[in-house]
Design a protein around this ligand. Structure first.
Ligand SMILES: CC(C)(COP(=O)(O)OP(=O)(O)OC[C@H]1O[C@@H](n2cnc3c(N)ncnc32)[C@H](O)[C@@H]1OP(=O)(O)O)[C@@H](O)C(=O)NCCC(=O)NCCS
Length: 150
């Protein structure tokens, strides 16, 4: 399986369609075709994915000079609450630092339980966009922007 296949397998299992957060294969493929976007995959031990192993989670990241934005983070639902989400974010921070980034950002729907994870790794809320997301049933949800200095 290619890395894109592995990423999409986690994507399809991880996101509840109600929140309409999952990206399609072509959205991921097109974004990874841009030089400023990259993905990191991890195995079930939280290590960077090596050939022949199954992906347990991924992050998708967009780079800009001095800062990087977490576009998506997801872990296989069967492997949650074992620290893999945290490991993925640590892999992301290390990679961003190695690119010279000093700050990282992300945006999250206001009721995502991932909030606890983000705060535990040092993200702080810095802004709110009113009614930025719309669920599958039409409910409007705010987006919260988080930042963290590396
Ligand atoms: C968010 C997500 C990546 C977390 O992955 P995970 O591997 O379960 O995270 P971790 O095990 O590293 O969690 C670390 C800590 O974060 C907090 N946390 C994680 N998921 C939580 C949840 N659903 N509810 C409450 N706290 C949570 C806890 O404090 C947890 O520590 P604990 O298990 O010792 O209590 C995973 O739930 C997921 O894929 N969700 C669906 C996709 C999504 O919403 N992504 C975020 C927006 S792009």
């Amino acid at each position: 399986m290619s890395d894109l296949d592995q990423l999409m397998a986690v994507m399809e299992a991880a996101f509840d369609p109600h929140w309409r957060e999952a990206w399609t294969r072509s959205q991921v493929e097109n974004s990874l075709a841009m030089p400023n976007t990259y993905a990191l995959l991890c195995d079930a031990d939280g290590h960077p994915l090596e050939d022949g192993r199954k992906a347990a989670g991924f992050v998708l990241v967009r780079r800009a000079p001095g800062e990087e934005e977490l576009l998506l983070v997801a872990v296989d639902p069967d492997l949650r609450r074992k620290g893999l989400g945290r490991s993925l974010l640590e892999l992301f921070f290390a990679q961003a630092r190695s690119h010279g980034a000093e700050r990282v950002f992300l945006e999250m729907r206001s009721n995502n339980p991932a909030l606890t994870l983000y705060e535990s790794v040092g993200f702080n809320p810095i802004g709110r966009r009113r009614a930025y997301y719309r669920t599958a049933t039409g409910e409007a949800l705010d987006a919260i922007t988080f930042g963290k200095n590396l």
